[in-house]
Design a binder for this molecule. Structure first.
Ligand code: SAM
Ligand code: SF4
Length: 330
């Protein structure tokens, strides 16, 4: 079915990113403050409510769902939720973004549950630097998790790296080596100003063009027009045809014109754009109308008319969006 969800600019919405928890076992410096307060349990959608919303969106034309967070694998019952969403008629693929910390144990159950592809965050291959960026993470555990994911047979695995000057920018080539030697994709992300993380983001800003130039010092790059239905632009490497190298550039190459996505926070707020605060409160409607989805669908359709044309992030150190990334369905 074609999506009946359209915004005021005629963009069809066929991709939903659902945050299944705001909690996480890491405290990455670009995503969270060191001391985070998480949501009280009654404000968080129940698994049944998450499933009901997934079914509603897929029933109205959404073809791809990404489960994210927070760390989706710390949510109790996540595998069962995946099993149910994966078989919704009309859904093309269920995918997930994870920090990798639980994958040794959970990669195979997730693949068996019907999760088709995984994005795994990996910001450094140096244990001390990895710990400094994630504040609590154990690199060896994450690398073992990536191995487990490779063994579990996902259709594709992509690594995500947020590149920061003075932290991990010098590791770009090592990370590319690591990915291509395993036949994995890797995307480099420009840091976005979401939430007050206690420092100016401009200081560590690293443009995608800078990253691309570093990679070109070691590899022959082939431009690619491939799209994954996401905001990344891609290149391939002449000598490693299996892997794609992506660049997600919210600052330097704004990707809003073809935006096909919505984000659902774990409190049931539907975010129309990552760079704006405007949202629709679906939790209230879910709980007020347990028997019918029509009020939810009407609210979504009216809300979509307010989806902004584009986001505007700047690097001047001001926090433009008060939400932290872990609360946004990153
Ligand atoms: N915990 C999982 C993880 O880290 O992969 C999923 C949630 S996390 C919020 C999703 C993605 O957002 C990660 O790849 C992370 O690197 C990225 N991210 C978080 N904060 C960001 C920021 N301020 N700017 C750019 N990317 C960010
Ligand atoms: Fe947790 Fe992912 Fe945010 Fe890091 S980026 S703190 S792993 S939610």
């Amino acid at each position: 079915m074609d999506s009946i969800l359209q915004d005021g600019f005629g963009r069809s919405i066929d991709y939903l990113r659902m945050s299944v928890t705001d909690r996480c076992d890491f405290r990455c410096v670009y995503c969270m403050a060191e001391d985070m307060t998480f949501l009280p349990r009654q404000q968080v959608l129940e698994l049944e409510e998450l499933y009901r919303l997934a079914a509603l969106f897929v029933g109205n034309g959404v073809k791809k769902i990404r489960l994210t967070g927070g760390e989706p694998l710390v949510r109790q019952g996540i595998v069962g939720l995946c099993e149910k969403i994966a078989v919704l008629p009309g859904l093309r693929e269920l995918v997930m973004t994870s920090n990798g910390s639980q994958l040794v144990r959970m990669a195979q159950p997730l693949a068996d549950a019907g999760v088709k592809r995984l994005n795994i965050s990996l910001d450094s291959l140096d244990p001390a630097r990895f710990r400094a960026i994630t504040r609590t993470g154990d690199l060896a555990q994450v690398l073992a998790g990536i191995d487990a994911a490779v063994a579990a047979g996902f259709a594709r695995i992509k690594l995500n790296t947020v590149v920061m000057q003075g932290r991990n920018a010098a590791e770009v080539l090592d990370l590319v080596d690591y990915a291509v030697n395993r036949g994995l994709d890797i995307s480099f992300i420009e840091e976005m100003p979401l939430g007050d993380v206690g420092r100016s983001r401009g200081e560590s800003y690293c443009s995608s063009d800078w990253v691309r130039e570093r990679i070109a010092e070691r590899y022959s790059l082939l431009d690619s027009t491939e799209q994954s239905g996401g905001p990344a632009s891609y290149v391939r490497l002449k000598d490693f045809p299996e892997s794609r190298i992506g660049f997600i550039s919210p600052h330097s190459h704004n990707f809003c014109a073809s935006c096909n996505r919505l984000r659902l926070t774990v409190e049931g707020r539907l975010l129309l754009c990552l760079g704006h605060e405007h949202s629709i409160d679906l939790r209230t409607l879910l709980r007020r109308y347990p028997e019918t989805n029509q009020p939810l669908l009407s609210a979504i359709q009216v809300g979509l008319l307010h989806k902004p044309m584009r986001h505007e992030f700047s690097l001047d150190g001001e926090v433009q969006v008060l939400r932290f990334m872990n609360a946004s369905g990153g």
